[in-house]
Design a protein around this ligand. Structure first.
Ligand SMILES: Cc1cc2nc3c(=O)[nH]c(=O)nc-3n(C[C@H](O)[C@H](O)[C@H](O)COP(=O)(O)OP(=O)(O)OC[C@H]3O[C@@H](n4cnc5c(N)ncnc54)[C@H](O)[C@@H]3O)c2cc1C
Length: 407
């Protein structure tokens, strides 16, 4: 079979691959996008049915296309997001080949050879846009044979998919909190294991949290602050957008616990860190309100004050007297949902583009292997990098780099 030649091969047809295609097109640079499934496949099949964007539609989008028919202050459904990316791909006439998996990438002279399920492609440049959240991680705590259904949040769809009984959700980032809330609304008894988290207000003084993260410079942070590398952000666009509030969840009946730690003799043990995690989340919430107030004062911006937002109630009883151990069978827990994050999988990328710990090694996506780029990874250039609008700007930078390095 003859080897196909392309100038730039983009691997992955999610938002990162499409943003890259758009910016190369703007510069008149030829390229091909290959996607193993369909456009925006992870939005189609790796998310729960009721998911909506965490940010309002004026923000969680590319600058070149708005969400027609969606109120700018509303949160687009995941299906609307898929339609959006399909429409975007049509508009930019993205040279896209779906159903093609790259199985290996190797160096070939001054370019690369990509082995794919549809033949070999030779490319001068390659952009790996295969996603920030690739392989779901379930920590090895509860053995498979423990007699309880265990799934990752990537495989959760809706309450009806779970066996009858109570549900334990582990992880209180955006996914865990939203899933726990949905299960509670469906009448389930819900336990939620809460680790360290930040919980920005969804809105404050009439502005969305995404706006505040922008004006306070937080989207542009280049690295997480010391000690906060593993702190997840809990926000929710569900129910029209609500600030995540663990006291409110507890008041509505969710039983909060500390981090899930060990399992023995049918009992799951939790760390005694629940009150500490809630208090640290409160502190991050309050400090953002203070920064916001200071920003408005310093810039002479007059927005309605919101004193009630500063009021934090007492610790919920389940944090004062925490459950430290649960007998899963005796409590009737039929399912555990692990909302515990994802790992990267670059098994197909057989090049020295990784550091000693196996993490992609790059500077704003540019690797030391000439012509090889990463796009869409968490903290690629800044906090915004894995998100819809953030990846747009990283793609613009990489397109500039590719243009500047043409022979
Ligand atoms: C639950 C959840 C909710 C989120 N909500 C928001 C939100 O509201 N707003 C926001 O801005 N961000 C959100 N994100 C973050 C981010 O926008 C998404 O994770 C998004 O899917 C990342 O897009 P991507 O193109 O970088 O990667 P992906 O969407 O993962 O796309 C990568 C593509 O590469 C393909 N691929 C992988 N390997 C290969 C291969 N070897 N060959 C060919 N193709 C391959 C995959 O099939 C996939 O389609 C959310 C993430 C999660 C997990």
């Amino acid at each position: 079979m003859p080897v196909e030649q392309v100038e730039t091969l983009i691997i992955g047809g999610g938002q990162a691959g499409l943003a890259m295609s758009a910016h190369l097109r703007k510069r008149g640079l030829s390229h091909l996008v290959v996607e193993r499934d369909r456009i925006a496949e992870r939005w189609r099949t790796c998310r729960w049915d009721s998911l909506v964007a965490n940010g309002p539609s004026w923000h969680d989008r590319f600058p070149d296309l708005s969400f027609e028919g969606v109120d700018p202050y509303a949160f687009a459904t995941k299906d609307r997001i898929v339609d959006y990316f399909e429409e975007f791909a049509r508009r930019i006439e993205a040279p896209l080949r779906t159903g093609v998996t790259v199985t290996a990438l190797t160096r070939d002279g001054d370019g690369y050879l990509a082995e794919t399920t549809a033949g070999t492609i030779r490319a001068r440049n390659v952009v790996a846009a295969t996603g920030p959240f690739q392989t779901p991680i379930i920590p090895p705590i509860v053995p498979r044979e423990a007699g309880v259904m265990q799934i990752h949040s990537a495989d959760y769809r809706n309450p009806g998919q779970l066996p009858d009984g109570a549900v334990l959700v582990v992880g209180a980032g955006s996914s865990g909190v939203q899933i726990a809330d949905e299960l509670l609304r469906a009448g389930r008894k819900v336990y939620l294991a809460v680790g360290p988290h930040d919980r920005p207000p969804i809105r404050y003084r009439g502005r969305d949290f995404v706006w505040w993260l922008g004006v306070l410079g937080k989207w542009n942070m280049a690295t997480p602050g010391p000690g906060t590398e593993h702190v997840t952000i809990a926000v929710s666009g569900a129910q029209g957008g609500r600030t995540v509030d663990f006291r409110e969840l507890a008041a509505r009946g969710v039983i909060l616990t500390g981090r899930a730690e060990r399992f023995a003799d049918g009992r799951l043990q939790f760390a005694a860190d629940l009150a500490e995690n809630i208090a640290a989340g409160d502190a991050s919430y309050l400090s953002m309100l203070e920064e916001a107030d200071a920003y408005l004062a310093a810039n002479g911006i007059d927005l309605p004050e919101e004193p009630m937002a500063h009021k934090i109630g007492p610790m919920p009883d389940c944090a004062v007297n925490p459950v430290l151990s649960l007998d899963l069978a005796a409590e009737g827990i039929g399912a555990i949902i692990w909302a515990t994050g994802y790992a990267l999988d670059f098994g197909w990328l057989k090049l020295p583009a990784f550091d000693a710990k196996g993490r992609p090694a790059h500077d704003r996506g540019v690797t030391e292997v000439p012509g090889l780029y990463f796009l869409g990874l968490a903290w690629l250039s800044r906090r915004a990098s894995p998100f819809i609008w953030g990846v747009w700007h990283d793609a613009a930078y990489l397109a500039g780099h590719i243009a500047d390095n043409r022979p």
